[in-house]
Design a protein around this ligand. Structure first.
Ligand SMILES: *Cc1c(COP(=O)(O)O)cnc(C)c1O
Length: 424
């Protein structure tokens, strides 16, 4: 299997020769990725093309400013590569304006709030314990410290966001901004209704599509970009690009957004990452990416079904996207214990609060599972039975280390029968 893996990740002869210590650790990480089953919903494997673009001379350049308006000389080709990323992303998402410089999702959201809000302004967003992200108002995050976040929730019975509650809250609190987006919600958001509610109370609309940007680019989920004022996304989750983010907005916000990114929040952009973003946008525009993202959702639905058949409860019953929350309360387990046991078997998941969770965030009653990475490896719906079986076996033998070691062997054999990356 090493050979198949090497096709994707070229040998690093220079690193091996000049820094054996760093090389040794890299080899171990590459092996971990090859031998395990990656179910963390926010992770993926990038293509060899994206990987190569990241490791280039573009990293050597300072390029404060935007294409055509820089503070340093020598930016002729940097302008070209950044403009290529902008043009491709504009076409991919149908955006009026794009800034491709945000270093990651959290700073991208910080730039938007910094551009469009004053400290203390009210923002309506999905509650963190119902699937919202920490940059949507966690009290110890900058967002929770500087702005007044009010959370809407998912219904206790069905697990869906209650749009009537969103409307009621909006009328009552008159927010400056309504934020639609999530890190742990398996259902589609009703972008048009969010927009209607925001218009009624005069709020700015912001969508954070960090998790589902790839599914939107692949035309599997409705695109909020034409509807919303501002849309942020990371580039490294379902979109399968380098670690980073972009901000898309209507033309009227373009200047404020660009000024917030630089010099407001960031300094010099990471142009090697921007080059890799450009490559990822090209890949996401290809027809094959639509079938890849379709398979991600099919796999998630097959995995949810296989888990339900084994007595697990999935929050809201099923999934419309790449992720699901598994409620472990019926199994008398907590998320942190399950995460650790699964890790011993080479299955990577994260503990996650479920709606109305009685446990603390470091314990939780649930785990979050996602299928972007395993779909990149070429796994399909028939493989989801096997994965559900592994999960079930580990959780049934949670305190039996010998059994878990046995399962780990099976997991390794299964995982290494797939390459790290397949072109779909
Ligand atoms: C992952 C995520 C982010 C943050 O991205 P980082 O790159 O980890 O900073 C922001 N918003 C949402 C909804 C996310 O899921």
């Amino acid at each position: 299997m090493k050979e198949r893996f090497a096709e994707i990740y070229p040998p690093k002869d220079i690193l091996r020769k000049n820094d054996s210590e760093a090389f040794r650790i890299l080899e171990l990480e590459e092996r971990r990725q090859r031998e395990g089953i990656e179910l963390i919903a926010s992770e993926n494997y990038v293509s060899p093309t994206v990987l190569e673009a990241m490791s280039t001379a573009f990293t050597n350049k300072y390029a404060e400013g935007v294409p055509g308006k820089r503070y340093y000389g020598g930016n002729q080709f940097i302008d070209e590569i950044e403009q290529l990323a902008i043009d491709r992303a504009k076409k991919l998402f149908g955006a009026e304006h794009i800034n491709v410089q945000p270093h990651s999702g959290n700073p991208a959201n910080m730039c938007v709030y910094f551009a469009l809000l004053e400290p203390g302004d009210t923002v309506l967003g999905l509650s963190l314990d119902h699937g919202g992200h920490l940059s949507h108002g966690l009290p110890i995050n900058f967002s929770g410290k500087w702005y007044k976040f009010i959370g809407y929730k998912t219904g206790k019975e069905d697990g869906f966001i209650d749009m009537n509650e969103v409307r009621k809250l909006a009328r009552k609190t008159r927010p400056k901004m309504i934020l639609a987006g999530f890190s742990a919600y398996s259902r589609n958001m009703d972008w048009k209704q969010f927009k209607e509610i925001a218009d009624e109370v005069g709020a700015i609309t912001m969508a954070d599509i960090a998790h589902i940007a790839g599914l939107i680019a692949g035309k599997q989920i409705e695109n909020p970009v034409p509807i919303f004022d501002v849309v942020t996304t990371t580039t490294h989750k379902t979109l399968r690009g380098p670690r980073g983010a972009i901000i898309m907005c209507k033309e009227k916000y373009a200047k404020s957004i660009d000024r917030a990114v630089f010099p407001g929040i960031q300094g010099g952009p990471h142009e090697h990452t921007i080059a890799a973003k450009a490559v990822a946008f090209k890949e996401a525009s290809a027809e094959e990416f639509q079938s890849y993202t379709k398979k991600i959702i099919q796999n998630a639905q097959a995995l949810a079904k296989a888990l339900v058949e084994r007595g697990f409860r999935i929050v809201s019953g099923d999934t419309d996207n790449h992720l699901m929350l598994v409620d472990l309360m019926p199994k008398n387990l907590t998320g942190n214990v399950a995460e650790k046991a699964l890790e011993k078997a080479g299955i990577y998941v994260n503990k996650n609060l479920i709606p109305y969770d009685p446990q603390k965030p470091m314990v939780t009653s649930g785990i979050r599972l996602g299928t972007p990475a395993i779909t990149t490896r070429g796994m399909n719906t028939s493989d989801m039975e096997q994965i559900a079986n592994f999960i079930d076996r580990v959780l049934q033998n949670i305190s039996d280390d010998a059994k878990i070691k046995e399962i780990a062997k099976d997991v390794k054999e299964f995982a290494t029968s797939f390459p790290i990356f397949t072109w779909s």
